[in-house]
Design a protein around this ligand. Structure first.
Ligand code: NAD
Length: 418
């Protein structure tokens, strides 16, 4: 099959690489000429395990990148995977999707199916996107992959969600054909959900709302456990044996970040509120998440007055396995340290954080040497192996937001919820 994919970011590049590897011909369309040039030279614009090797193999061959939307005309189906950020009030900014859809609508024929993979609230889809499509079929195909394990997730989906209203059978058939090689290659057969265009998107929001709320709930319980001097992970291990709860997403700590959970929860809250419903649970989920970094800083305050001192922040990426720092919990932690007058030295194995008042160290050892305390924000495996590096700290206080460093002699160790 020949498929076009608009947007070559974390989602678009992973999906393009996986489909090329699955035997499809892929046209990747992006407005950024540097991204396009890189892809055609076999260089991935994103850091994701396994993706770089596939782009090196297929880039410029089975996967051809371009800035020209007209090239989508040669394919039957186009997936749109461009950003859907939120404004300060949480309202979704659907303008990237609108612009991509408008450009596509001008070049593809009426047989073409445009499937939105970007996460868009149903009302924006109805009022801002659907009116731009005149002829082709507009469908939705939300994505559930996680950064850090994007390729593996995409190749082993729990579910495939196909949303369409007009010409639904044709849209479902094309999407089914697109995913057929993925389904054949995966061990566990995914659920295939054929539903309406808006319902497919609401499935995506409900999925993220559940997972984000599960994190905030275990953080709430974790904060209570800490009040009693009880290890929240012991509690989580016990309740996780109940299949109704499951042991997934039960690691309490400094909260969720990234480009999806924070913005998706905010946009669905905003969308519901605009239409007269206040989603109390989701508001609490967001508020609790926003407070966790401040709790980490308050723990730190009990041991260190960081004014004028060097403080280490370990981990800048929003989670291990990615270089993505969007909405990383490191950001409020660094802002809090800045407000306290600290000189922040950050270290991350792959990520850098631009636009913030920090110095980047090349190694964890360098960040820790001479530091008056360290705050751990991302659970990169290498932080678990740190040992003698702590001996070089001026004040060996480690406040861990991810339970990755082990409590040990010679350092003052505080876990956020344990
Ligand atoms: P990203 O920011 O990593 O990449 C977006 C790409 O789109 C960039 O390369 C940019 O140059 C390009 N672009 C922007 N406007 C364009 C336009 N008009 N035409 C063509 N290209 C354009 O974004 P992402 O993280 O891949 O997210 C894309 C969408 O997928 C978002 O709606 C997001 O919510 C959703 N999503 C993301 C994830 C994730 O883990 N990142 C998971 C599931 C769903």
């Amino acid at each position: 099959m020949h498929v076009s994919i608009v947007g070559s970011g974390y989602v678009g590049t992973t999906v393009a690489a996986a489909f090329a590897d699955a035997g499809h011909r892929v046209t990747a369309i992006d407005i950024d000429p540097a991204v396009v040039e890189g892809l055609n030279a076999g260089e991935s614009p994103i850091e994701e395990p396994g993706v770089g090797a596939l782009i090196a193999e297929y880039g410029g061959e089975e996967l051809i990148a371009t800035t020209e939307f007209g090239r989508a005309a040669g394919s039957e189906l186009t997936l749109v995977a461009v950003p859907t950020p939120t404004g300060p009030d949480g309202a979704i900014d659907a303008s990237y999707v609108a612009s991509a859809v408008e450009s596509l609508d001008a070049v593809v024929d009426d047989e073409h199916v445009i499937a939105i993979k970007s996460t868009v609230v149903p009302d924006a889809l109805r009022t801002e996107i659907a009116p731009l499509v005149d002829g082709p079929t507009l469908a939705t195909n939300p994505e559930f992959l996680r950064e850090g394990t994007a390729l593996e997730d995409f190749r082993n989906p729990h579910k495939l969600v196909f949303g369409a209203d007009e010409s639904a059978e044709r849209a479902y058939d094309l999407l089914a054909e697109l995913y057929a090689p993925i389904r054949r290659a995966t061990e566990a057969e995914p659920a295939v959900i054929r539903t309406g265009r808006d319902a497919a998107m609401l499935i995506k929001y409900a999925n993220n709302a559940f997972l984000a709320s599960k994190i905030s709930l275990i953080n709430d319980i974790g904060n209570i456990a800490k009040q009693h001097g009880i290890d929240a992970y012991e509690i989580a291990d016990a309740i996780g044996t109940d299949p109704r709860i499951s042991d997934q997403f039960l690691r309490s700590g400094v909260g969720y970040g990234g480009s999806c959970f924070p913005k998706d929860i905010k946009s669905i809250i905003n969308s519901a509120t605009e239409q007269g419903y206040e989603p109390l649970m989701l508001e609490a989920t967001t508020e609790l998440n926003d407070r966790q970094p401040e709790r980490l800083l308050e723990l730190f305050d009990q041991y260190v007055d960081p004014e004028g001192e060097q403080v280490a922040v370990l981990g800048l990426a929003f989670k291990p396995g990615t270089d993505d720092t969007r909405n990383s919990r490191a950001i409020p932690v660094i802002e809090g340290l800045d407000a306290r007058g600290a000189d922040v030295v950050g270290y991350d194995p792959v990520a850098t954080l631009d636009g913030h008042d920090i110095e980047h160290a090349d190694t964890a050892a360098e960040a820790l040497a001479g530091a008056h305390g360290a705050l751990v924000v991302t659970d990169w495996d290498e932080f678990a192996a740190l040992d003698e590096e702590f001996d070089r700290m001026a004040e060996p206080v480690v406040v861990d937001g991810r339970r990755i460093v082990e409590r040990r002699e010679g350092i003052t160790y505080e876990g956020l919820t344990w």
